[in-house]
Design a protein around this ligand. Sequence first.
Ligand code: ADP
Ligand code: MG
Length: 655
Amino acid sequence: MLDESVEIIPLIGPKQKKYLEQLDIFTVQDLLFHIPYKYKDTSNIIPIEQLKEEREGTILAEVISIKNTWTRYRKVITKAVVVDETDKINIIWFNQSFLTKNIRPGETFLFEGKLSKKNNDFSNPAYEKFSTNQTHLGKITPFYPETAGITSKWLRSRINWLKPYIDKILEDRIPNEILKKYKLIDLKKAIKEIHFAKDFEGIETARKRLAFDEMLNISIQIEERKRRRQKKKVYKVKKHDKEIKKFISSLSFNLTKDQKKANEEILKDMQKTKPMNRLLNGDVGSGKTIVAGISAYNTWLSGYSTVIMVPTTILAKQHYKTFCDLFEDLNLKVQLRISKKEIENSKQPQIIIGTHALLFNTQLPENTALVIVDEQHRFGVNQREKITSSKAHYLTMTATPIPRTLTSIIYGDMDISLIIEKPKNRIPIETRFITLEKREECYSAIARKIKNSKFTEQAFIIFPLIDESEKIDAKAATAEYEKISKTWFKEIKTNLLHGKIKENEKNKILKDFKDKKINALFATSVIEVGVDFPDATMMVVESAERFGLAQLHQFRGRIGRGDKQSYCFVLANNLTESSKRRLKYFSRNNSGFDVAEYDLKSRGPGEVYGLKQTGIPILKVADITNFNLLNTTRSVAKYLDKKGLSKEVKNNLFY
Ligand code: ADP
Ligand code: MG
């Protein structure tokens, strides 16, 4: 019955079925696991006398009369008079002429709602006929996510119809010892409590159980991914201590402690035939590229190739240049792949750099022992699995400052190397949150600073761009760009980048910027993550309130990449208190991890930048920042694995 269509439930026909699909409800099980988002306690029944004083509440009363009247505008008003032992009161409903069929004189009903301010009538109250088994009123009433054609009231009645079946059709597959250990109630009980709650404590214990199931499901998937990968055997890559040491000492800087540690971890992993599956996670500008370079070099020394995948052509070119410079003195071949030609399956080890789009589904050279994916903020759990079919170790790099739980959810099957420490020459960016009155002052100061630096320092001006309104925003940005470049920036060389500009032209603009032919670059679409302009020391983000903090932090990462003090101005106006707090927090905190965590907590996962398209579960019950719960369920997932129960449990977890 669980897997059957909702249509087996009385009063659900093709029409209702269509509506329910909007809520992702297809089967009986989907309906049972449609979880209320709030409850209202209407179990406290008060006398009409008291209702008149308190102006809202639930009453139990007898209907004296009920009739429809029409207004001049042909609207229906239903008027009723009801009484209890203490008083009587008029009730009015609008546009519900059918009520005279459902509510009849002489019957006893519960009514719940508020009095109208105008005439003290009980206005549009919820109603339910009094019986020994209330579905809607006189109890703790659940409210569900609704959609056109589907109300909470209707959902309540349909779920109520399922009530007697719950014990028969639901089965709890989580072993008893687990339930006991973590003080969890039985699944059947939890589902009953969640829909037919008797008190708020019951709701809490039910939610605790369902949240556990939800996180457990995620945890079992993480274990599965891990297991699948460990079955493979890949190339063993020896560690070439002497050469690596020499190479590192030839660099123009010293590696940070974190960079060294990451190196060690990677090279150690690669000495085994068990595939490395490691995440290199470091804030923008923390120096991940050189770590990737060293592991590619070591791979080459062992006679194997490395493939590096990046999100965009511009980045591919930049990495290509960096790697060519790095290995200039060696006869190490670096290949740039930006067109759809076959990769030359050379016996010679090499480094191949290209975009995800080109390399993901391509046959990689036989001798590839290391695949590096620079994912930046585009995490794609499923995508990653596609390229693990070769005999290569796997390193993924991300600059996305994501909170701990999310890291575990997205990268839970990976080992993690963290780069927290920034290169020594970095001066922390100074961020200032300013309102529109200071806008002119801000732009003038930037223009002055550019002039004073003899046009060596540069600035980014960022305008928000929301996909749906791309055209409008591009237009607005163009207008603003023209205004600013003709007034405050009239002595500054400027240009504008937006989403409608073609790739070729875009590359030229970026090159001009790099060559200092442009001093202030206005942009709607963001300058590619990871692109390096060491003399860009200033940034203005217009309408900053429209961005998530994690994204603002990504922008901010475009500056402060050299040895000069950098400044980021976040401009906003007409702010709500909470967005003001967010931007202030941002201006005082330089750590990407902190701002991302703050964002996640204050706005929820759906709003946080990048999460929508990533396949990260939007949790129904569990709190995605609940790290303790995730840790617990991960250890339970391991336990179930050992007992050979994970498949069975997972197949019966709803979430
Ligand atoms: P990201 O982690 O964002 O990819 P990059 O690898 O692009 O950062 O590094 C940013 C800049 O810092 C590069 O110009 C790089 O050469 C430089 N860099 C990397 N490591 C160090 C270091 N230990 N000391 C000084 N500069 C470094
Ligand atoms: Mg990078």
